[in-house]
Design a protein around this ligand. Structure first.
Ligand SMILES: NC(=O)c1ccc[n+]([C@@H]2O[C@H](COP(=O)([O-])OP(=O)(O)OC[C@H]3O[C@@H](n4cnc5c(N)ncnc54)[C@H](O)[C@@H]3O)[C@@H](O)[C@H]2O)c1
Length: 465
């Protein structure tokens, strides 16, 4: 933990007398990497590139594989399993993957002997457990997308097998690798705010994103994927646990699906927006407006090309062309979670119906408070009567998604595997699984109408300390 003196040493005056910008303290600095400094260790170039195969060459698979194109001395992609032919082909071409290491589905990857260091699992949520267990059984390390698995029992199975095999498993809680959240953790962990008393955290999903991913898209139905607290908000539960630095002890949750239901459909709205909907031109969720006219949110389109004919064909056969009020979605569009982390209370809100995105966090301490919006951290010291401002864009190489966290994660994961040291990774399976325990317990509470539930530390199966 940095002392107040160290903290002040790093504060740099920035104009107004009571306004300063502050830098990462020395404890967080390592040897530079082109993406920026890793947290708390010295980066070393690996003696050879780590080799990995990608299961699911969709949006996330390409983000992580993209690191290998940027830093070929660190990571090489040597295999791919992907059922959509053009995606399989594109990844094979980009990384020079031979025919013998290309498969239509993940199962076939594990028929033969182990052929690389690690498996990157970026298949849909319902297809994490199968490849994770098969890969661990064969002795691979993993980069595993969240949600870790669809049930708590499956998460426990993966944890038990990873422990048994001593595998290095990075969970894609990418926010932990952003300069913004690292700085937030540093401020809270220093004595700058005094003792943390309480935290408020908001995840405003933004209404079009809500409709795309959680009404029409892959995360609309909790049985096919996971409840919203796991598919979207496990990031937030993880950040709360990480920043507060204590295990959660109690949880309670409320929420429901309010807007995107059949009863809310406008009179005369047909099953698809293109089928002559009388309110199409005025509907905020018109598929024709979002995908065809604006050509936005096309990342999950399963054919190449963004020409009008191919978009119309896609809208005609997938859920993305359907009326948002007439789908099989069941995930909530608003949910709150009240949490106790020992003496620290926290309130989390996931809100699908907002005009804006960008997580907002307020941390209240005994000697000051912090207000953040994913771009700036604003810290006020009650005793000094001074305000300190830190701006992410001044400190980050934001050239990968999630505020630079996507490639920050891969950088540290490559180091952890190359040096056989899981401690170089902050989002290990051991650490990340706690957010899933909180999420599954909170969802049980919501389904029971808001029961107050203890978080059972024994559920993590850790030896008593
Ligand atoms: N960490 C984050 O911030 C973040 C963000 C978005 C998504 N995700 C997670 O990443 C995962 C992938 O999401 P995405 O947005 O890339 O989805 P996507 O649909 O773009 O990619 C998934 C890919 O898996 C392929 N696939 C389906 N069945 C398969 C099988 N049997 N074998 C091999 N491949 C198969 C699909 O064809 C698709 O190309 C999901 O679990 C999602 O929840 C994480």
């Amino acid at each position: 933990m940095a002392t107040r003196r160290e903290f002040f040493k790093t504060a740099v005056a920035a104009g107004a007398a009571n306004l300063a910008s502050f830098r990462l303290v020395r404890a967080q600095e390592g040897r530079p990497h082109p993406l920026g400094r890793p947290a708390g260790y010295e980066w070393k170039k690996p003696s050879r590139p780590i080799t990995a195969a990608v299961m699911g060459a969709g949006a996330r698979g390409n983000v992580y594989a993209g690191y290998a194109l940027k830093f070929p001395d660190e990571l090489r992609i040597v295999g791919v399993a992907e059922p959509i032919p053009y995606r399989n082909e594109a990844m094979a071409r980009a990384h020079g993957i031979p025919e013998a290491r290309r498969w239509p589905t993940w199962e076939r990857t594990f028929d033969g002997p182990k052929f690389c260091d690690a498996i990157i699992i970026t298949t849909p949520d319902r297809l994490h457990y199968g490849p994770a267990m098969a890969a661990l059984e064969k002795g691979y390390n993993l980069l595993l997308e969240k949600a870790i698995a669809q049930t708590w029992t499956q998460c426990r199975d993966i944890l038990a097998l990873a422990r048994k095999k001593k595998a290095i498993v990075g969970v894609c809680h990418v926010l932990r690798y952003t300069p913004y959240f690292r700085m937030m953790k540093h401020v809270v962990g220093s004595s700058r705010l005094g003792e943390v008393v309480s935290v408020q955290h908001l995840e405003p999903v933004e209404h079009i994103h809500m409709s795309h991913s959680f009404v029409r898209g892959n995360w609309r139905n909790s049985k096919e994927s996971t409840p919203m607290l796991l598919s979207k908000s496990c990031h937030d539960l993880d950040i709360l646990r990480w920043v507060i630095g204590r295990p959660a002890t109690k949880v309670q949750s409320f929420g429901s699906l309010r807007l995107f239901r059949k009863e809310m459909a406008p009179a005369g709205a047909p099953a698809r927006c293109a089928d002559g909907c009388p309110v199409e031109s005025a509907c905020p969720f018109s598929a024709l407006e979002i995908y065809l006219r604006r050509k936005s949110w096309l990342g999950h389109k399963d054919t190449p090309g963004d020409d009008d004919a191919s978009i119309r064909e896609w809208l005609g056969r997938t859920n993305y062309g359907r009326c948002v009020y007439r789908l099989d979605n069941d995930v909530v569009d608003h949910q709150i979670v009240n949490l106790e982390f020992g003496p620290v209370s926290a309130a989390f809100s996931m809100e699908g119906l907002t005009s804006y995105a960008g997580r907002r966090t307020r941390v209240m301490g005994t000697r000051g408070d912090l207000v953040g919006d994913e771009e700036e951290l604003n810290v006020y010291d009650f005793h000094e009567r001074k305000r300190y401002l830190w701006t992410a864009r001044d400190h980050a190489k934001l050239d990968s998604g999630h505020g630079g966290g996507d490639h920050g994660l891969v950088r540290d994961w490559v180091q952890a595997i190359g040096r056989r040291d899981e401690g170089l990774l902050t989002s290990t399976l051991e650490a990340s699984i706690e957010s899933h325990l909180i999420g599954f317990t909170a969802e049980e509470s919501r389904l029971e109408g808001g029961t107050l539930k203890p978080i059972d530390p024994g559920a993590l199966g850790r030896p008593a300390s």
